[in-house]
Design a protein around this ligand. Structure first.
Ligand SMILES: [Zn+2]
Length: 210
């Protein structure tokens, strides 16, 4: 790569750090940007800048938001007594696409922690702040908390950490119905599957499950 001018080299390096992008793909993408239209490339650069500069975490649910309170938390028609706990915004988006959930969310967002190589203590440390925020939210008055973790190693570890943290609280706690294919990701599942998993949720304690 030493033959390329420095700005191009920087772009290739930057792209190469994205998940799933190897060196060759990074090079191909960089040349695509270099040789493509200037307006499109600058719009992409601006979008990256705005995402980093303008977005923040919702003060209630931790979802990414333009305002300090996200659109869902600010929506008075949503049932604030119900919290669906998800690992990231990608699952939140899947449930919103399903269109049947009228409660709110809590986004754990263990950012920067890599997929299936995750260890329990590493995950516990990365989630500590958000688990504490969720606990405070629960204590302020919630009717039911539903844990909607992904059916994979990381999701299972997250589920046991949450059960441990929330199990002592006197509130109905439930999880999605079993039957989601192991290793599948919530964001890939169709609306009917998600809706069924939510409707047939299982109580972990209290009277949360329907
Ligand atoms: Zn929110």
């Amino acid at each position: 790569m030493g033959v390329f001018p420095d700005p191009l080299l920087q772009l290739i390096r930057g792209l190469g750090e994205l998940p799933g992008v190897g060196e060759q793909t990074a090079e191909r993408l960089a040349f695509h940007i270099l040789q493509g239209g200037k307006d499109e490339a600058l719009a992409l650069a601006r979008a990256i800048q705005e995402v980093k500069e303008k977005l923040k975490a919702c003060r209630i649910c931790n979802a990414v938001s333009l305002e300090s309170t996200c659109a869902i938390c600010a929506d008075t028609t949503r049932d604030r007594g119900l919290i669906l706990v998800v690992e990231s915004e990608r699952e939140l988006a899947a449930f919103e696409r399903m269109g049947r959930w009228q409660g709110t969310y809590h986004v754990l967002g263990a950012r920067g922690v890599a997929g299936n190589r995750i260890h329990l203590e590493e995950l516990r440390a990365s989630l500590a702040g958000e688990v504490k925020a969720l606990l405070e939210r629960c204590r302020a008055g919630v009717r039911e908390v539903i844990l909607a973790t992904n059916p994979d190693k990381r999701g299972d570890l997250t589920l046991s950490l949450l059960e441990e943290a929330l199990g002592r609280e006197k509130l109905p706690l439930s999880r999605l119905a079993r039957g989601l294919p192991q290793g599948a990701h919530i964001e890939w599942l169709g609306a009917p599957v998600l809706e069924e998993a939510l409707e047939q949720r299982r109580a972990l304690r209290g009277e949360g499950a329907s």
